[in-house]
Design a protein around this ligand. Structure first.
Ligand SMILES: O=P(O)(O)OC[C@H]1O[C@H](OP(=O)(O)OP(=O)(O)O)[C@H](O)[C@@H]1O
Ligand SMILES: O=C(O)c1cc(=O)[nH]c(=O)[nH]1
Ligand SMILES: [Mg+2]
Length: 192
Protein backbone atom coordinates (compact mmCIF):
# COMPACT_ATOMS: atom_id res chain seq x y z
CA UNK A 1 0.00 0.00 0.00
CA UNK A 2 1.50 3.38 -0.97
CA UNK A 3 1.14 6.82 0.62
CA UNK A 4 -1.60 7.92 -1.82
CA UNK A 5 -3.72 4.88 -0.93
CA UNK A 6 -3.24 5.48 2.82
CA UNK A 7 -4.15 9.17 2.47
CA UNK A 8 -7.08 8.16 0.25
CA UNK A 9 -8.46 6.06 3.12
CA UNK A 10 -7.98 8.96 5.56
CA UNK A 11 -9.72 11.41 3.17
CA UNK A 12 -12.57 8.99 2.46
CA UNK A 13 -13.14 8.75 6.24
CA UNK A 14 -13.12 12.55 6.66
CA UNK A 15 -10.01 12.23 8.85
CA UNK A 16 -7.87 14.98 7.29
CA UNK A 17 -8.91 18.07 9.25
CA UNK A 18 -7.93 21.68 8.56
CA UNK A 19 -7.81 24.47 11.14
CA UNK A 20 -5.43 25.31 13.99
CA UNK A 21 -4.40 22.33 16.11
CA UNK A 22 -2.27 21.97 19.24
CA UNK A 23 -0.34 18.74 18.83
CA UNK A 24 0.80 16.48 21.66
CA UNK A 25 4.34 17.89 21.36
CA UNK A 26 2.97 21.44 21.83
CA UNK A 27 3.67 22.27 18.19
CA UNK A 28 0.88 23.90 16.19
CA UNK A 29 -0.33 22.72 12.80
CA UNK A 30 -2.94 23.68 10.19
CA UNK A 31 -3.62 19.96 9.53
CA UNK A 32 -4.70 17.21 11.92
CA UNK A 33 -5.07 13.55 11.02
CA UNK A 34 -8.05 12.46 13.13
CA UNK A 35 -7.27 8.76 13.01
CA UNK A 36 -10.30 7.88 15.16
CA UNK A 37 -12.47 8.61 12.12
CA UNK A 38 -10.56 5.91 10.24
CA UNK A 39 -10.36 3.41 13.10
CA UNK A 40 -14.15 3.54 13.58
CA UNK A 41 -14.32 1.52 10.34
CA UNK A 42 -13.11 -2.06 10.79
CA UNK A 43 -12.65 -2.63 7.05
CA UNK A 44 -10.45 0.45 6.57
CA UNK A 45 -8.46 -0.36 9.72
CA UNK A 46 -7.96 -3.94 8.59
CA UNK A 47 -6.59 -2.87 5.19
CA UNK A 48 -4.14 -0.42 6.75
CA UNK A 49 -2.94 -2.70 9.52
CA UNK A 50 -2.60 -5.80 7.33
CA UNK A 51 -0.29 -3.78 5.07
CA UNK A 52 1.62 -2.45 8.10
CA UNK A 53 2.00 -5.98 9.50
CA UNK A 54 3.47 -7.13 6.16
CA UNK A 55 5.99 -4.28 6.28
CA UNK A 56 6.91 -5.12 9.88
CA UNK A 57 7.37 -8.81 9.04
CA UNK A 58 9.78 -7.93 6.23
CA UNK A 59 11.77 -5.52 8.43
CA UNK A 60 11.91 -7.50 11.68
CA UNK A 61 13.63 -10.87 11.57
CA UNK A 62 12.82 -13.30 14.34
CA UNK A 63 10.27 -13.53 17.06
CA UNK A 64 7.86 -10.81 18.15
CA UNK A 65 6.50 -11.49 21.64
CA UNK A 66 4.20 -8.47 21.94
CA UNK A 67 2.82 -5.60 19.93
CA UNK A 68 2.53 -2.53 22.17
CA UNK A 69 0.15 0.36 21.48
CA UNK A 70 0.52 3.73 23.24
CA UNK A 71 -3.03 4.69 24.38
CA UNK A 72 -5.26 6.11 23.16
CA UNK A 73 -4.35 6.47 19.50
CA UNK A 74 -2.22 3.32 19.34
CA UNK A 75 -4.80 0.97 20.88
CA UNK A 76 -6.77 0.04 17.78
CA UNK A 77 -3.93 -0.08 15.23
CA UNK A 78 -1.73 -2.11 17.63
CA UNK A 79 -4.53 -4.61 18.20
CA UNK A 80 -5.39 -4.97 14.52
CA UNK A 81 -1.73 -5.17 13.44
CA UNK A 82 -1.07 -7.80 16.12
CA UNK A 83 -3.86 -9.92 14.65
CA UNK A 84 -1.99 -10.08 11.34
CA UNK A 85 1.37 -10.68 13.04
CA UNK A 86 0.00 -13.48 15.22
CA UNK A 87 1.32 -11.90 18.44
CA UNK A 88 -0.62 -10.59 21.45
CA UNK A 89 -1.38 -6.87 21.72
CA UNK A 90 -0.89 -4.95 24.96
CA UNK A 91 -0.80 -1.23 25.69
CA UNK A 92 0.83 1.49 27.73
CA UNK A 93 -1.39 4.21 29.15
CA UNK A 94 -0.73 7.40 31.04
CA UNK A 95 -0.66 7.42 34.85
CA UNK A 96 0.26 10.81 36.33
CA UNK A 97 1.22 11.83 32.79
CA UNK A 98 3.72 8.98 32.26
CA UNK A 99 3.24 5.90 30.12
CA UNK A 100 2.93 2.72 32.24
CA UNK A 101 2.15 -0.90 31.42
CA UNK A 102 -0.58 -0.95 34.07
CA UNK A 103 -2.54 -4.08 33.18
CA UNK A 104 0.08 -6.56 31.99
CA UNK A 105 3.32 -8.23 33.01
CA UNK A 106 6.02 -9.07 30.49
CA UNK A 107 9.13 -11.20 30.96
CA UNK A 108 12.53 -9.49 30.82
CA UNK A 109 14.00 -9.90 27.34
CA UNK A 110 10.58 -9.88 25.64
CA UNK A 111 10.94 -8.73 22.03
CA UNK A 112 8.34 -6.03 21.38
CA UNK A 113 7.23 -3.89 18.46
CA UNK A 114 5.48 -0.60 19.18
CA UNK A 115 2.60 0.26 16.85
CA UNK A 116 1.46 3.89 16.80
CA UNK A 117 -1.15 5.68 14.75
CA UNK A 118 0.66 8.90 13.83
CA UNK A 119 4.23 10.09 14.39
CA UNK A 120 5.03 13.81 14.43
CA UNK A 121 8.11 14.38 16.64
CA UNK A 122 8.46 10.79 17.89
CA UNK A 123 8.03 11.98 21.50
CA UNK A 124 5.27 9.47 22.31
CA UNK A 125 7.26 6.56 20.86
CA UNK A 126 10.38 7.59 22.82
CA UNK A 127 8.29 7.74 26.03
CA UNK A 128 6.93 4.26 25.25
CA UNK A 129 10.43 2.90 24.62
CA UNK A 130 11.62 4.31 27.98
CA UNK A 131 8.75 2.60 29.80
CA UNK A 132 9.34 -0.76 28.08
CA UNK A 133 13.12 -0.71 28.55
CA UNK A 134 12.69 -0.02 32.26
CA UNK A 135 10.75 -3.30 32.37
CA UNK A 136 13.61 -5.12 30.63
CA UNK A 137 11.92 -5.47 27.22
CA UNK A 138 13.84 -5.29 23.97
CA UNK A 139 12.16 -2.85 21.59
CA UNK A 140 13.05 -4.32 18.20
CA UNK A 141 11.17 -1.72 16.12
CA UNK A 142 8.46 0.90 16.14
CA UNK A 143 5.82 1.29 13.45
CA UNK A 144 3.10 3.74 12.55
CA UNK A 145 0.39 4.26 9.98
CA UNK A 146 1.51 7.81 9.03
CA UNK A 147 4.84 9.50 9.74
CA UNK A 148 4.23 13.27 9.55
CA UNK A 149 7.97 13.90 9.80
CA UNK A 150 8.51 11.97 6.54
CA UNK A 151 11.43 9.99 7.91
CA UNK A 152 13.14 12.87 9.78
CA UNK A 153 12.28 11.67 13.28
CA UNK A 154 14.83 9.50 15.08
CA UNK A 155 13.26 7.37 17.81
CA UNK A 156 16.40 5.32 18.45
CA UNK A 157 15.01 2.09 16.94
CA UNK A 158 13.99 1.39 13.32
CA UNK A 159 10.75 3.22 12.50
CA UNK A 160 8.53 1.45 9.98
CA UNK A 161 5.92 3.80 8.50
CA UNK A 162 3.11 2.67 6.23
CA UNK A 163 3.03 6.20 4.75
CA UNK A 164 5.10 9.35 5.03
CA UNK A 165 3.20 12.64 4.77
CA UNK A 166 5.07 15.82 5.62
CA UNK A 167 2.78 18.35 7.27
CA UNK A 168 3.92 21.76 8.58
CA UNK A 169 4.12 22.25 12.36
CA UNK A 170 5.29 25.40 14.16
CA UNK A 171 6.40 26.38 17.67
CA UNK A 172 3.58 28.30 19.38
CA UNK A 173 5.60 31.54 19.37
CA UNK A 174 6.36 31.32 15.65
CA UNK A 175 2.94 30.98 14.05
CA UNK A 176 2.27 32.22 10.53
CA UNK A 177 -0.40 35.00 10.70
CA UNK A 178 -3.09 32.93 8.95
CA UNK A 179 -2.75 30.23 11.65
CA UNK A 180 -2.59 32.74 14.54
CA UNK A 181 -5.95 34.13 13.33
CA UNK A 182 -7.74 30.80 14.08
CA UNK A 183 -8.55 29.81 17.72
CA UNK A 184 -6.59 26.59 18.45
CA UNK A 185 -8.06 23.23 19.49
CA UNK A 186 -6.26 20.24 21.05
CA UNK A 187 -7.78 16.95 19.88
CA UNK A 188 -5.37 14.49 21.60
CA UNK A 189 -5.57 12.97 25.10
CA UNK A 190 -2.23 14.09 26.64
CA UNK A 191 -2.84 16.12 29.86
CA UNK A 192 -6.50 15.12 30.05
O1 LIG B 1 5.20 11.93 17.60
P1 LIG B 1 4.49 12.79 18.60
O2 LIG B 1 4.93 14.21 18.56
O3 LIG B 1 4.51 12.21 19.97
O4 LIG B 1 2.96 12.86 18.12
C1 LIG B 1 2.20 11.73 17.81
C2 LIG B 1 1.34 11.30 18.97
O5 LIG B 1 0.25 12.24 19.14
C3 LIG B 1 -0.97 11.56 19.24
O6 LIG B 1 -1.23 11.17 20.58
P2 LIG B 1 -1.89 12.15 21.67
O7 LIG B 1 -0.95 12.25 22.81
O8 LIG B 1 -2.30 13.43 21.02
O9 LIG B 1 -3.18 11.44 22.17
P3 LIG B 1 -4.08 10.24 21.56
O10 LIG B 1 -3.18 9.06 21.47
O11 LIG B 1 -5.14 10.09 22.57
O12 LIG B 1 -4.59 10.70 20.23
C4 LIG B 1 -0.76 10.32 18.40
O13 LIG B 1 -1.66 9.31 18.80
C5 LIG B 1 0.66 9.95 18.71
O14 LIG B 1 0.72 9.18 19.89
O1 LIG C 1 1.23 15.35 16.60
C1 LIG C 1 0.11 15.00 17.03
O2 LIG C 1 -0.23 15.13 18.21
C2 LIG C 1 -0.90 14.45 16.08
C3 LIG C 1 -0.96 14.83 14.77
C4 LIG C 1 -1.96 14.27 13.96
O3 LIG C 1 -2.08 14.58 12.76
N1 LIG C 1 -2.83 13.39 14.47
C5 LIG C 1 -2.74 13.02 15.74
O4 LIG C 1 -3.56 12.23 16.18
N2 LIG C 1 -1.79 13.55 16.54
MG1 LIG D 1 -1.17 8.95 20.86
Amino acid sequence: MNTDEVLGIFREAGAVLEGHFILTSGLRSPVFLQKARVFMHADKTERLCKALAEKIRKAVPGRIDYVVGPAIGGLIPAYETSRHLGAPAIWVEREGGEFRLRRFEIAKGSRVVIVEDIVTTGLSIRETIDCLRELGAEVVAAACIIDRSAGKTDVGVPLIALAEYEVPAYPADRLPPELAAIPPVKPGSRNI
